[in-house]
Design a protein around this ligand. Structure first.
Ligand code: AR6
Length: 171
């Protein structure tokens, strides 16, 4: 199993599934959500309308439409409220549920954005640690997932993830 970080635009990645940092309506928004909807095309929102929204910490699957990725896992991260309102547990649940749903769809390679660390305000150092710990736990339960990539939008975000990977996943 490989667990790596790279800098890039998640909509361009050739993986089986990409994860979207959505909101509970699943009907699109700004940030990576807006980029994914633009790149996937208008059929995506039509499928999303049928899903009935998504709770914080949960995830739902759609097709990838015009993306190179065959599937999109839409998950809803927590809004940062200082860290003692269940944010770490909700964020961990986003990663775990996304892996679970992807594995059930036969996904072997998956890319995550840095969920909640943009508009939702989660401090990235803390979020990266939750992201790595939760994915490690989840893939132990789903060995068919061969590759997990953290797709960071900026060089600064990539540096944070690389440091956290060195610390938490030295293998
Ligand atoms: N590829 C990879 N990462 C990206 C891209 C991209 N194309 N674009 C942005 N990012 P955010 P959130 C990074 O704000 O904090 C939306 O309106 C970005 O730099 O997209 O979970 C939703 O509808 C940051 O590191 O998501 C929700 O309402 C990371 O993606 C709300 O924002 C996440 O930032 C969700 O907020």
């Amino acid at each position: 199993m490989s667990l790596t970080a790279l800098q890039g635009d998640i909509t361009r990645l050739q993986v089986d599934a990409i994860v979207n940092a959505a909101n509970s309506s699943l009907l699109g928004g700004g940030g990576v959500d807006g980029a994914i909807h633009r790149a996937a095309g208008p059929d995506l929102v039509h499928e999303c309308r049928l899903l009935g929204g998504c709770k914080t910490g949960d995830a739902k699957l759609t097709r990838g439409y015009r993306l190179p990725a065959r599937h999109i896992v839409h998950t809803v991260g927590p809004v940062w409220r200082g860290g003692s309102a269940g944010e770490p547990e909700a964020l961990a649940s986003c990663y775990a549920r996304s892996i679970e749903i992807a594995a059930a769809a036969g996904v072997r390679s998956i890319a995550f954005p840095s969920i909640s660390t943009g508009i939702f305000g989660y401090p990235i150092e803390q979020a990266s640690r939750v992201a790595i710990a939760s994915v490690r736990r989840a893939i132990a339960q789903h060995p068919a997932i061969e590759s997990v990539v953290y797709c960071c939008f900026s060089a600064a975000d990539l540096a944070v993830y690389e440091a956290a990977l060195r610390e938490l996943d030295p293998a």
